[in-house]
Design a protein around this ligand. Sequence first.
Ligand code: HQG
Length: 182
Amino acid sequence: MDQKRRVKVSRYLSRHLRHEPERLGIVLDPAGWTDVAALLAACRARGLPLTLEELHEVVETNDKRRFAFSEDGLRLRANQGHTVEVDLDLPVTAPPPVLYHGTVARFLPLIRREGLRPMTRHDVHLSPDLETARKVGSRRGVPVVLTVDAAAMAAAGHAFRVTANGVWLAPAVPPAYLAFPA
Ligand code: HQG
């Protein structure tokens, strides 16, 4: 499969496994899993025919490991980024001392006032390194990277979780824990 088709399939899967399963006619269980056979049948019926081998290729080569198979390989889910109600059942985990959040300048006035909020997602997404945060911010323009004092937040009782693909999640980040670039 060429890279262009991989990206197309990845976007298609993200859309339906995170946001609009009903549009494809698939069902997600409470933890976000969908049946692989039903998923492939739905893709075929809706005009994006995909073999099981191709699905494995997309999942395994995905640049951000956006998807994961269940251990028995019969179910698939998105590792993070949902807007539909799902409980990924990730354990609370001690974060690294510092995390990063990539955004753009136009959001800064509100972020200074109210901190980071999950907006349409379930959690605020935080990156373990600067480079990843820069990439996240650059989806919207010139990236601005905020530094999160995760150690202080955790010490104050805020819960952090980490997804299977290394994205750190927090319900919110109050402004007191944010450092803004000069
Ligand atoms: C901003 C992609 C105003 C926030 C990425 C961000 C990531 C506020 C936007 C993942 C705010 C939300 C998540 C506040 C936060 N006022 N704006 N109080 N608090 N914002 O897309 O973090 O390719 O929901 O800075 O790579 O950009 O989908 O979150 O700009 O990992 O796998 O509101 O999505 O991964 O945007 O990105 P998003 P995000 P995938």
